[in-house]
Design a protein around this ligand. Sequence first.
Ligand code: NAP
Length: 283
Amino acid sequence: MTAQLIDGNALAKTIRTEVAGRTAALKARGVNPALSIILVGEDPASQVYTKHKVNDSTQTGLEATLETYPADMTEADLLARIRALNDDPKVHGILVQLPLPKHMDSQKVIETISPTKDVDGFHVASAGALMTGAPGFWPCTPHGCMKMLEAIGYDLRGKHAVVIGRSNIVGKPMAMMLLAKSATVTICHSATQDLGAITRQADVVVAAVGKLNLLTADMVKPGAVVIDVGMNRKADGKLAGDVDFDGVKEVAGWITPVPGGVGPMTRAMLLVNTLEAAERAAK
Ligand code: NAP
């Protein structure tokens, strides 16, 4: 069997087109959806990510501002800047790029962002909203994975979904989103014993660990949907996920590639969240 590919690049392009249309409609009503991104320090990867976020936004018609601060910025100054953005009605989304310098308490910084502007979905209020089904912002990566399942018309009701990884930004929210669609959900982590025995029972596997070849063909039920969130560098410097793509694609029914899978979807969902923040503010 050769799995069908879930093309994250193509799906993200469709989502960006939808965002551009809704953004234009909002602008016609005099509302300019705007995202403020804060970068503290000079982490090279963070510089690349924030640049992408600005470019993605402006290409879809959203306003995006990148504020950069030196690594020795005080936490008090950062919190003051976030509060000012919270109070600015022209700003709809606020994103503080992680990781922050070690002298800052990341959770405290995130909790300072108004939940109405928390477009990364990392605020405890956003996590609570996801848990209870209240309106809020869903973290972009698991939200993007859900969009991929939606795009292939996959009915999760009664299916067994296995999420490997339990971080607050990927694994746990992913599990909640799958549960909300009435899947039976198993969450695995570093202490899980005999991972393969569990994943072999899964109709859907989401791998979000950060370990090359964590999921191999012998661990996958024939026809299963396999979503690869992992991002790893191979010895040759190339990007790869957690899934042994070449082996697993012969067993799975659907599979996401790395690169070109969950990554572009994560980027697209930030645009969706920013637009939704502006639409909610305009109501
Ligand atoms: P994280 O916070 O390091 O969490 C990794 C999780 O994997 C932990 O829950 C850990 O378990 C679990 N784990 C570690 N070794 C394991 C094993 N052998 N078997 C089963 N579970 C194991 O990482 P993260 O932030 O969630 O990110 C996970 C991966 O996704 C990384 O590669 C990251 O780069 C990637 N990522 C990609 C995107 C994207 O847009 N494509 C976005 C975000 C993250 P414990 O909790 O027990 O330690």
